[in-house]
Design a protein around this ligand. Structure first.
Ligand SMILES: Cc1cc2nc3c(=O)[nH]c(=O)nc-3n(C[C@H](O)[C@H](O)[C@H](O)COP(=O)(O)O)c2cc1C
Length: 167
């Protein structure tokens, strides 16, 4: 093994799956941001953890409401990922700007994204500060899959987002 800088070695993590994290304010107005740092954190109960920068509006919203929805974006959502990752919900209504269609969630306020590959309604069950991010572990209250879209998007680390089709 050759010892190199962390910033170089960590590039070997790609391709990295990307999710969209949907949150909302106390009045129910939704916001969305892409996140690469998301993992299954528990099997029983099922939990998904997302790592959110303290600077992001999404962080403020999850702290405020204790709820979020994890969305697996479909192969046509590259532009949505780029746009929603380049601006803050503090300044723009990303759902309106991107014309993202939503569906009502059953157990949490943040909505589902209609054409997603999969959606998971989450309620924060634990959190931990990790440097400049917070790891929010969300208990999954409801899960959904699309009848139409099967393949999710991956970040290849070279500026491109692609699917990895499988059978
Ligand atoms: C592919 C991709 C992955 C990202 N992953 C994360 C992540 O895991 N955690 C995070 O806090 N920000 C991540 N970001 C940055 C946020 O999406 C970005 O700062 C966003 O504008 C925050 O929006 P908000 O202020 O409306 O919450 C990612 C951005 C992109 C494009």
């Amino acid at each position: 093994m050759r010892k190199i800088e962390w910033s170089e070695a960590i590039k070997r993590k790609y391709p990295e799956p990307v999710v969209l994290v949907v949150s909302c304010d106390s009045l129910g107005k939704p916001n969305v941001m892409p996140a690469g740092w998301c993992t299954v954190a528990s099997a029983n109960p099922p939990m998904l953890a997302v790592c959110i920068s303290h600077k992001n509006y999404t962080h403020e919203l999850i702290e405020e409401t204790g709820e979020f929805v994890v969305v697996f974006p479909n192969e046509e959502m590259e532009d949505i990922i780029r746009y929603t990752g380049s601006c803050s919900g503090r300044d723009v209504d990303k759902f309106a700007e991107c014309g993202i269609e939503t569906l009502k969630s059953r157990y949490v306020k943040p909505p589902l994204i209609k054409d997603a590959v999969a959606c998971f309604e989450c309620k924060v069950g634990g959190k931990m500060t990790a440097g400049d991010h917070t790891i929010f572990a969300g208990e999954v209250l409801a899960s959904y899959v699309s009848e139409k879209y099967k393949y999710r998007l991956y970040n290849f680390g070279d500026g491109g987002f692609k699917t990895i089709p499988y059978e």
